[in-house]
Design a protein around this ligand. Structure first.
Ligand code: HEC
Ligand code: HEC
Ligand code: HEC
Ligand code: HEC
Ligand code: HEC
Ligand code: HEC
Ligand code: HEC
Ligand code: HEC
Ligand code: HEC
Length: 333
């Protein structure tokens, strides 16, 4: 009896949500709402679909091959990309979608397809995900397969900030992209050594974000001015980028004793690449602004070199001019 009431409720709910789709939906739900006609048909909750981003779609729009009654079984998988072409093409080129030549049909089954991240009948809209603490959902998508990384991330300054509703803080996709997630070894990846500084700087060189949360600014500019920064931008992966000093998924503020940049831990952090130099380096300042207030020495050197380079450039151009003029004079008959 209870189940009959439930079926009646579900069928009415289905009938009220879409009109064109409604007739076919009711047909399907005759078997798929768990009623007596079910005969082993899997139960579908139409309310879930009605509360999703696809509230307006009828069953047949995603399961077109089910039009015949009885429908063929098994049915082919739903082709999300037939309506979402842009996301489908992006995913196909990502680490999650790349075809595997060694697999018999080329499909990479271990990696993520649309429904692994978005689910099936409960697909949520971007608006629903982005608003408020719902943003932790993105890390939860990824955690289904990357739990080890997600567990570390949740304890980091970024993970805690997202969980507490700070919208400026990064979830997995801010650093890796959504459908375009690339292998870390890809030179084009957002987290390749050369690109990390800009990925972090999308937030850490933003005056607005920094002042809202009281964070220090100009992290990218000061890094690019440093020895590490200059060499990094020449494509040398062995020097320190933001993540070498701050960590990757376990980033913490300097005041946290577990942070890689806590004064007590700096010797070890720098020591991984500068063995034996712990003492001297640990005292070194990193994000140094070349201005007369915070670093007079660096400022003087900067001004001196800028002047010197200017004079050298002018001299060089003049020299070239004289040379060319001489050549031209000598060639003249
Ligand atoms: C006469 C009852 C009946 C009707 C009507 C019906 N189905 Fe089914 N459906 C079944 C049964 C039984 C199964 C389970 C088959 C199995 O497990 O082998 C099933 C399985 C499915 C599956 C699971 C995929 C698969 O290959 O097993 C989907 C998707 C599906 N039906 C969609 C629909 C849609 C959409 C409609 C409406 C257009 C619909 N069905 C109408 C009985 C029905
Ligand atoms: C937005 C597209 C979409 C719509 C609309 C949709 N489905 Fe599905 N359905 C899916 C996906 C995706 C799956 C997972 C299997 C797959 O990938 O083919 C699925 C699976 C199913 C299954 C197998 C059991 C399960 O839950 O995994 C049944 C039965 C089913 N759908 C019936 C229905 C019925 C009945 C409706 C209409 C009330 C409907 N579907 C509407 C996308 C959709
Ligand atoms: C690795 C996980 C993952 C996979 C696989 C994935 N998505 Fe997404 N998708 C996301 C995330 C995360 C978002 C953004 C959610 C947010 O923050 O608003 C998103 C957003 C979307 C959006 C909203 C518009 C946009 O582009 O931002 C659509 C539509 C979408 N995905 C469709 C698909 C389709 C279709 C597939 C399969 C071809 C797919 N997704 C595969 C994670 C994934
Ligand atoms: C029959 C066409 C169709 C199919 C098939 C389809 N969708 Fe959609 N999808 C839509 C429409 C229409 C919307 C709502 C309009 C919009 O926001 O783009 C939508 C919205 C979405 C959104 C939210 C977009 C946003 O900006 O908030 C996501 C995510 C999404 N679909 C993922 C999927 C996934 C995953 C599948 C496969 C399981 C799928 N879609 C299958 C038509 C479809
Ligand atoms: C603040 C930026 C940032 C955030 C947030 C972030 N990552 Fe990463 N992730 C990176 C960087 C940088 C690397 C590259 C490390 C390297 O080169 O070895 C990386 C590497 C990875 C790797 C490959 C290496 C490994 O440790 O397995 C995976 C998988 C990964 N991230 C998944 C995730 C997931 C899942 C989340 C969310 C729970 C996430 N990331 C959040 C920056 C981030
Ligand atoms: C269904 C499981 C699954 C889901 C969900 C998933 N991934 Fe993955 N991911 C994989 C697999 C498997 C690989 C390895 C692919 C390969 O190399 O064949 C991978 C690879 C990666 C890599 C590259 C790792 C490296 O060492 O280069 C990153 C980064 C990554 N995933 C991030 C994410 C993010 C971010 C999300 C959520 C938006 C996510 N993944 C969701 C299964 C998944
Ligand atoms: C989407 C924006 C965003 C990205 C991308 C991002 N961060 Fe952050 N980061 C934040 C926000 C917001 C906070 C402050 C969180 C809080 O105070 O609760 C923060 C905090 C920090 C802190 C601690 C600062 C403090 O004083 O508390 C460090 C260190 C840090 N991030 C380094 C990095 C590094 C390194 C990367 C790149 C691998 C990175 N961040 C990528 C937004 C971002
Ligand atoms: C060579 C190591 C190193 C590199 C590379 C580096 N940092 Fe730092 N970073 C530090 C140290 C040490 C501190 C703490 C002392 C200070 O502010 O100089 C710090 C401080 C910070 C802070 C403030 C943390 C707090 O708790 O106050 C943020 C945010 C930050 N860095 C982001 C970045 C970003 C973004 C990059 C890349 C563009 C980067 N860092 C590159 C070592 C480094
Ligand atoms: C990922 C490895 C890595 C990390 C971590 C690292 N460095 Fe470096 N650093 C390098 C490399 C490689 C060079 C260039 C080779 C050299 O001269 O030793 C360099 C060069 C330098 C230089 C200029 C050249 C010199 O030898 O005087 C200074 C100063 C420096 N690092 C300080 C630091 C400090 C301080 C830390 C910790 C906060 C740190 N580094 C962390 C890799 C790293």
């Amino acid at each position: 009896m209870k189940s009959l009431v439930r079926v009646a409720l579900l069928v009415t709910a289905a009938a009220t949500w879409g009109t064109s789709a409604h007739a076919a939906n009711v047909d399907c739900l005759g078997c798929h709402a768990g009623g007596p006609a079910a005969k082993g048909a899997p139960v579908v909750d139409p309310l879930r679909l009605a509360g999703s981003a696809h509230a307006g779609l009828g069953c047949l729009e995603c399961h077109p091959q089910a039009a015949a009654n009885p429908h063929p079984r098994p049915l082919p998988p739903v082709a999300c990309q037939s309506c979402h072409d842009r996301q489908g093409s992006a995913l196909a080129l990502s680490v999650h979608g790349l075809r595997r030549p060694e697999a018999p049909d080329g499909v990479n089954r271990a990696a993520a397809g649309c429904t692994d991240c978005h689910g099936t009948h409960g697909v949520r809209s971007t608006e629903a995900i982005q608003s408020g603490p719902g943003r932790t959902e993105v890390a939860a998508f990824c955690a289904r397969c990357h739990e080890r990384v997600a567990a570390v991330y949740r304890e980091s300054v970024h993970g805690k900030a997202v969980a507490s509703g700070i919208e400026d803080a990064p979830t997995c996709t801010n650093c890796h992209g959504e459908h375009v997630v690339a292998a870390t070894s890809e030179p084009g990846s957002k987290v390749a050594a050369r690109n990390i500084p800009r990925t972090c700087a999308a937030c850490h060189d933003q005056e607005k974000v920094a002042s809202r949360l009281g964070l220090p600014v100009r992290r990218l500019a000061t890094y690019l001015d440093s020895y590490h920064g200059v060499v990094n931008q020449h494509g040398e992966a062995a020097v320190a980028n933001c993540a070498s000093c701050h960590g990757v998924h376990d980033i913490r503020p300097a005041a946290d004793p577990q942070s890689s940049i806590h004064p007590d831990n700096l010797g070890r952090t720098c020591g991984t690449c500068h063995p034996g130099a712990q003492r001297g380096l640990a005292g070194a300042r990193i994000h140094v602004e070349a201005d007369p207030k915070s670093s007079l020495g660096m400022y003087v050197v900067r001004v001196f070199y800028t002047g010197l380079i200017g004079v050298l450039m002018v001299g060089f151009v003049a020299y070239m001019g004289i040379e060319l003029y001489g050549t031209w004079r000598r060639r003249k008959p």
